[in-house]
Design a protein around this ligand. Sequence first.
Ligand code: SAM
Length: 272
Amino acid sequence: MNDSSTTQDYGEAPLEVRDTNQYQAEYIRSFVAKWDELIDWDRRMSSEGEFFIEVLRKHGARKVLDAATGTGFHSVRLHHAGFEVSSVDGNPVMLAKAFENALDRNIILRTVQADWRWLNRDVHDLYDAVICLGNSFTHLHDENDRRKALAEFYATLRHDGVLILDQRNYDAILDQDVEPSHDYYYCGDSVRATPEYVDDSLARFRYEFAGGETYHLNMFPLRRNYVRRLLHEVGFQRVTTYGDFQQTYRDGEPDFFIHVAEKRYVEGGESE
Ligand SMILES: C[S@@+](CC[C@H](N)C(=O)[O-])C[C@H]1O[C@@H](n2cnc3c(N)ncnc32)[C@H](O)[C@@H]1O
């Protein structure tokens, strides 16, 4: 792990790094310090509006586990909206930054450092909702890890709980060579996020900040229908997929997909 240096370590062959544990070496201190320039809290707040708050309220959720806390954007928003929030992240540098960001807003975050793959080892409670947002699930490079993480999310939900999980529209990037916009999620003006290399099992993004600092993330390019299938296979009964916060969209258009996966039993199951 390389959490205190200013350079990320991908070794000799960065394109060969397709490892679920790599997120620990990617979110180093200097990158985490710049993360909020990338997401721009104010612009992100106005672009997503009340979407997640409304979905959570619609499902009667009160107690929420933010599984990919990052620097705390959604934990803080949901706290302000009156939800009881627990904030999980596997990366200690991210979690420390989230705590600090929340403290600046007079909130003491309930933080737990845990990797999703063994979430229930470290979190011993049940939640009405789990959120995994900001294109975080993409960090799991191995199918077994994706299944295990989803099973852990499922297990920490009450019998009728919901999982809200989002992802970049990798279908558009893989099939149509589309560059992501900055309109909805990673809204910062002073940073450019570009897919530097893409194949069926790697999307390597470059993040260039105004001061010239450059960082990368090696991610797994999740296809929308693949994620929907996995969600069904671990037991979620109904999966509703939104494109950039809209239920109706044309496939190539959205930057992000948001899956709302319900645990509540559906007679006969939902057809895809
Ligand atoms: C792209 S950031 C998104 C953070 C935040 N949700 C946002 O939208 O700004 C992904 C986050 O997921 C965390 N993460 C990645 N893989 C993880 C894993 N296996 N277990 C726990 N956390 C993980 C990272 O540490 C990082 O904070």
